[in-house]
Write a protein that binds this ligand. Sequence first.
Ligand code: AMP
Length: 288
Amino acid sequence: METVKDIKEMQKHSSCLRKKGNRIGFVPTMGFLHRGHMSLVEKAREENDALVVSIFVNPTQFGPGEDYEAYPRDMEKDSALCRQAGTDILFSPFPSAMYPSGFRTIVSVSGLTEGLCGASRPGHFDGVCTVVAKLLNIVWPHRAYFGLKDYQQFQVVRRMARDLDMDTEIVGLPTVREPDGLAMSSRNIYLTAGERKAALVLFQALECARKMAAGGILEAGTIEEKAREMILSTNGASLDYASVVDAEELTPVKTIRDRALLALAVSIGKARLIDNAILEAGNRESNG
Ligand code: AMP
């Protein structure tokens, strides 16, 4: 495995790989890798000739007062995990190289970024889109892999790649969970033992909502209310949003027709946690 920090050098590597006919798989991350990240890395390894993983804690997607400085970092461990997983190139540029003085460009996707995390974290998705666009230009992969845990991010990035005719297939992969259901996240490290227990409410609320929809309760308001009630009655949890939205456009829905997404954002202690589930509409009669 080669570790590359220089942007031009990364671009040279990618050109060489492409000239030799290799298909490049790419996994962009902010590091502090866990099994969720590694599921993307493993899939990318399987499906491509060459594998590039990036580790870059992107300052522009953190708002003022968010956890950019405190965001957990462990380059040594991450590097070992990437090597073990068969990564060819670990790309970890410096922020000053990604955003040199005079940097003036923002990539912005409208509509899809208005609700959910876009509403509570102004500017967040501009930061995400800009950095992902830059990384895709630098690494120039055939496929880039994203986790559906960050469902809105996946939809936004996919739309950006489509709208800007980027020659990269954006692949979304399922959320990897702890045995009890908590979605794996680098931010779980912020949780104390008590908060870790409380954090389970996200998964419980999603499971409950899935059952409600499968059982024919299709009014979004009823499902959202139940999720809110579960979260608000959990000690130490404060609700950012619990929203049932169209699974492609991320716009609010009133009644679930076929399928919809329930997206949750909850703060527990120092951690802001997000999770989501697809709700499939069932039939009230056939489910008793
Ligand atoms: P991050 O380092 O948090 O920016 O995440 C890098 C990539 O890993 C993103 O595409 C995330 O959606 C994905 N990811 C994070 N947590 C998980 C998880 N629990 N399961 C699957 N993918 C994940």
